[in-house]
Design a protein. Structure first.
Length: 416
C-alpha cells in the first residue's frame, strides 16, 4: 500500500509538471498553418515558376524586336604555286566588319499569341499553387486536430488518475475500519495502474502526432505545446467556377486553346527585313574603299512539313479530352460531396449537444458517488464504473468536437 501511495504521488507530480509546461506555451491552428505555407517547398517552387514565366514572356516578346549584331572576319587563303583554294571561291581572303539589323515585319499576331500563351501558363501555375495551398491547409489542419484529440484524451486520463490518487487516503482509512475489503482496495489499485499504462501510451502517441505535425509544417522544434481547439466555420462558395479546384480546369482549357492557335500561327507566311553596313574586302589594300551597306527582305512560306501540324493538333485535342473528363467528373460529384458533408456536419452538431447533456448527468453521478464513497455506502466496483463512464463520455465528446472540426475543414477545402 505504501508503494501505491508513493507511486501515485510521483505520477500526480508529473501530471502537475506536464500541465504547467503545456499551459504556459500555447499554439493555435493558424500558427501551424502559416508556418507550413511559409516553409512549403512546393509553394516556393510555384512562386519561382511564376517569376520564370514572367521572364519567359519578356524573352518571347524580345524575339520580335530588331535584332542587332556585329560580325568581324579576317581570313587569308594563301596559294602554294599551283596549289591552294580556288580564288574564285575564296577571293584569296576576306576582311569584314559589319553591323547588321534584322526584324520580322509580320509578327504582331504571333507576339500577341505568345504573350497570351505565357499569361495562360501563368494562370495555370497560379491555380495549381492555390490548389496546393488548400492541400497544405487541409493536411496541417487534420494533423493539428488529431493531435488536439490525443492531448485532450491525455488530460482526461490524467485528471481521472489524479482523482483516484486523491481518493486513496479515504479508501485506505475505510478499508482499515472494515468498510471495504482489501480486495476492493486492490481493485482500485489495478484501475489506477491501468490508467497509468493508458497515460504512457497516450503520451507516446501524442509525441508521434506532434512529430508528424511538425514534419508537415517544416518545423524542427521538438517541444510540445498546448493546442487551442479551433472553431472552424464552414464556408459555402455558391459559384463553382470560383473554386480554386475548378479554376485549374479553366486555366488548362485556355492554355490548350492558345497552344492550338499558336500552332496555326507557326504556319503563316513570315516576312522580315534586314540591313547591314560596314566593310567587306577580299584584300587588305582594298579596305579603305570597301565601305558599303545593303538592304533586303526575306519571305518564308511553309508548304509541307510531313503532317507535323496535324499531329500537333491531334495531340492537343487528346489533352483537351483528358482535361474535359476530369472537369466533368469533378462537376458531377461536387454537389453530392458537398451535400453529404453538410449533412454530416449537422449530425455531428446534434451528437455534440447530446453528449454535452450526457456529460452533465455523468458529472452529477460522479459527485453523488464521491459522497457515498466517503461514508462507505458504495462499492468500489460501482465507483470505478462511474469513473470509466465519465472518461468514456469525455472522450466521446472530445472525439465528436474534433470530428465536427474535421468535417468543416473538409467542407471548406472543397469550397475554397
Amino acid at each position: 500500500m505504501r508503494f501505491f501511495s508513493k507511486h501515485g504521488f510521483l505520477l500526480f507530480t508529473c501530471v502537475i509538471c506536464f500541465c504547467i509546461k503545456t499551459i504556459a506555451q500555447v499554439k493555435t491552428l493558424d500558427d501551424y498553418v502559416n508556418t507550413a505555407l511559409a516553409n512549403s517547398p512546393v509553394l516556393k517552387d510555384y512562386n519561382i515558376q511564376l517569376q520564370q514565366n514572367g521572364i519567359d514572356s519578356m524573352m518571347a516578346g524580345s524575339v520580335y524586336k530588331p535584332q542587332v549584331s556585329m560580325n568581324g572576319v579576317a581570313m587569308y587563303a594563301p596559294t602554294y604555286g599551283q596549289f591552294g583554294y580556288d580564288p574564285a571561291i575564296s577571293n584569296e581572303g576576306e576582311y569584314a566588319a559589319v553591323v547588321s539589323v534584322t526584324q520580322q515585319i509580320t509578327p504582331r499576331k504571333q507576339v500577341t499569341l505568345t504573350r497570351m500563351l505565357s499569361a495562360s501558363e501563368g494562370e495555370s501555375i497560379a491555380s495549381k499553387a492555390k490548389a496546393e495551398e488548400n492541400d497544405v491547409r487541409r493536411e496541417v489542419t487534420t494533423d493539428y486536430l488529431n493531435t488536439c484529440l490525443l492531448q485532450q484524451q491525455l488530460v482526461f486520463y490524467m485528471q481521472s488518475d489524479s482523482f483516484i490518487v486523491k481518493q486513496d487516503y479515504v479508501i485506505k482509512q475505510l478499508t482499515e475500519k472494515g468498510s471495504y475489503k482489501i480486495s476492493d482496495y486492490y481493485e482500485l489499485l489495478v484501475e489506477e495502474k491501468s490508467e497509468q499504462t493508458q497515460i504512457r501510451q497516450l503520451y507516446i502517441d501524442l509525441t508521434q502526432s506532434f512529430s508528424e505535425l511538425n514534419v508537415a509544417c517544416g518545423i524542427t522544434d521538438t517541444s510540445q505545446y498546448k493546442l487551442a481547439i479551433p472553431s472552424i466555420q464552414p464556408f459555402k462558395q455558391n459559384d463553382i467556377k470560383q473554386l480554386a479546384l475548378y479554376k485549374k480546369f479553366q486555366a488548362d482549357s485556355t492554355h490548350l486553346a492558345q497552344q492550338n492557335a499558336f500552332v496555326d500561327a507557326d504556319y503563316k507566311p513570315k516576312l522580315s527585313w534586314y540591313a547591314d553596313a560596314g566593310i567587306e574586302a577580299s584584300q587588305p589594300n582594298l579596305i579603305y574603299k570597301s565601305f558599303g551597306n545593303s538592304l533586303g527582305l526575306n519571305l518564308s512560306i511553309p508548304i509541307y512539313d510531313g503532317h507535323k501540324r496535324t499531329l500537333r493538333h491531334q495531340s492537343l485535342k487528346l489533352s483537351e479530352e483528358s482535361r474535359s473528363n476530369y472537369e466533368h467528373f469533378f462537376t458531377l460529384n461536387y454537389s453530392t460531396r458537398i451535400n453529404l458533408l453538410a449533412q454530416q456536419i449537422v449530425q455531428s452538431g446534434q451528437l455534440v449537444i447530446q453528449l454535452h447533456d450526457e456529460q452533465k448527468q455523468v458529472e452529477h453521478w460522479i459527485n453523488v458517488n464521491e459522497e457515498e464513497l466517503n461514508v462507505g455506502n458504495i462499492s468500489i466496483t460501482d465507483f470505478l464504473l462511474g469513473l470509466k463512464k465519465n472518461l468514456e463520455v469525455k472522450n466521446d465528446l472530445s472525439q465528436a468536437l474534433i470530428n465536427q472540426q474535421l468535417l468543416q475543414n473538409e467542407f471548406n477545402y472543397w469550397n475554397h
